[in-house]
Design a protein around this ligand. Sequence first.
Ligand code: ZN
Length: 374
Amino acid sequence: MKLLPTPEQAAALEATLRAANKAADLVSRIAFQQRCFRNFDLRKHTYEQVKATFGLAAQAAQHVIKKVCDAYRTLHANLAAGNLGKRGSARRIKAESTPISFRPGAAHPYDDRCLSWQHGDRTVSIWTTIGRLRGITFTGSAQQLALLAEHRKGESDLVWRDGMWFLHATVEVSDAPINAPDGFCGVDLGIANIATTSDGIRHSGKHLNAVRHRNRELRRRLQAKATKSAKRLLKRRRRKEARFAADVNHRIAKQIVTEAERTGQGIALEDLQGIRDRVRLRKPQRVTLHSWSFHQLGAFIAYKAARAGTAVIHVDPSYTSQQCSHCGHVDSCNRPDQETFICTSCGFAEHADVNAARNIASRGEAGWAVRHAA
Ligand SMILES: [Zn+2]
């Protein structure tokens, strides 16, 4: 939800974030020095001090401590998973040898005691360091507002970004019961075509790839500049591109799920574990692939399908592009170029991505039958 605070309200929100993050910095330093990362223990060490030093209410102080604990838990999980490099690498040493610090404007979590929603007035009442602020207007799309009013649950994050204020609220929507599928629609993911269905619908990546290419050029120029303002612009561009890509993914996912719902089909998706290892491409395409979020598209399809009661199955994607969807013959010669599929055994010809999508569909059907044989 986007907040529309008055200038006075915005000033109070800003002061609150700054105080909360300063407090989080202090808690983080203490946690780091004492090697104490558990909420309960850390509260013993820091609670009174945080309340007294930063003028935070009891709830807010607890949130600060919890935020620090969560940040360390994430860091430790990342270290354990090797996401920050091998033991002894410069990046890892840096992450291990300094306490986590918080930007003055970093997001801050609010629970129901510190934040309440008045859906009728479309306002929130929120705790700040100068007291409770009432009547801050919020706005969102009609669909978001309906979801929020009906399904909001748990904590919300107060986010300050590019001079705008947002509340990131969580909604919990229960899945619809899964309908028994009448056949499967296969979805092939790619670069030239982001998604192709076994019904022959292709979602072209042409526009998206052009935008990405343009952004990459712009980024290269900005990176060369390395000034502070260039860095800020770079960050903003990156966010903008991510929003654009997510929007494209949302649209494609919605179309695929709506079509499956209409026809009563289930949806078969490639199991994307290890897609980066599997796909061998020339370098320029590899960059596109890495930055393009297949996993996001898969996740969007999965959650939209769950809401609609549409069955989803993930299938082994190996050789789907080389196998003939008509006779099953597998041969790399079946695919003379990017777009064309011609079976060297039976002569069947089809657009290469549609052929792959059909293989995915029939694997989905087979997989579903095995799973539901009992
Ligand atoms: Zn064939």
